[in-house]
Design a protein. Structure first.
Length: 277
């Protein structure tokens, strides 16, 4: 009787997980289905599981469209996301390690001040940040898109919480060998903190890739467009290019899927080790 209940429970769980997985995959199916169809199939009241005519040429049409430099936008987004991720990891981890390990009587005050910035709405700092970037002549440049977003208070918080629980024995052994704070951080702490680096890096990368408002305002020239700005250009007041919009969205999420699939197991592990409840 108990074995039968266990098997029934496993079967029910399998059915439930399968249904949830299919539900999760519906948006991806719609992107691919509509991206390979023409506008008539997309807007037709008679729905078909597959488009009447699979148009693989829509992908080539997307990259051949002279009005939207989609390939350049993908490259810009990749450069911005990678640079933002690396810069954020370096700055936030250094700040978190310093606040957690370097003796300083005002360390907690500095930490609470950093946390306080999380309470400030982004709209409050948006205009001053734009004025500063404009005065530096960074409009429509990668510097203007990357530098103002490098530091993350959330990432600093995660690193600080993680380093508070980092084994002091490893650092003590490094200091006995004559290493200072910098070399201890670089040679001992970083190699042993890969889970939290991978977790924070994945979150920062996803956020940088999906960022829209700041790139829209700063990237005023087409040469500085990101993929999100390029996607918005397919929908205007005059025309909506549905099939190009869907195929562009499908192409734009491929890097995110690859990053997430590669580092998904580190996200949970890194957050757990950071001490966040």
């Amino acid at each position: 009787m108990d074995d039968a209940l266990v098997r029934a429970g496993r079967a029910l769980r399998l059915v439930l997980l399968t249904a949830l997985a299919l539900l999760f995959l519906i948006p991806f199916y719609l992107l691919v289905r509509n991206g390979l169809a023409d506008d008539r199939d997309i807007t037709s009241p008679e729905w078909t599981f597959f488009p009447r005519e699979v148009r693989w040429g829509n992908v080539g049409e997307l990259f051949a469209d002279g009005s939207v430099p989609f390939a350049r936008s993908l490259l810009n987004s990749a450069l911005i996301a990678v640079a933002t991720t690396l810069g954020t990891l370096l700055l936030a981890s250094l700040a978190g390690y310093g606040l957690a390990r370097i003796p300083y009587r005002h360390a907690n005050k500095v930490f609470y001040g950093i946390l306080g910035t999380l309470l400030v709405p982004a709209a409050v700092t948006f205009v001053p940040s734009f004025v500063l970037v404009s005065s530096l002549g960074w409009i429509s440049t990668l510097r203007g898109l990357i530098v103002p977003t490098l530091f993350s208070a959330f990432a600093c918080f995660v690193f600080r919480q993680y380093f508070l629980g980092f084994p002091r024995e490893l650092e003590d052994a490094a200091q006995v060998d004559g290493l200072g704070y910098w070399r201890t951080y670089w040679l001992v702490v970083v190699p042993n903190a890969r889970p939290v680096f991978a977790a924070v890096g994945t979150i920062v990368f996803l956020g940088a890739w999906n960022s829209f408002l700041w790139p829209l305002v700063i990237g005023q020239d087409q040469s500085a467009w990101t993929v999100q700005v390029a996607l918005s250009s397919f929908t205007t007041a005059q025309v909506v290019r549905l099939h190009e919009l869907f195929v562009a969205a499908a192409v734009s999420i491929l890097p995110l899927l690859l990053v997430f699939l590669c580092f998904q197991r580190w996200i949970v592990a890194g957050v757990e080790r950071s001490g966040i409840d």
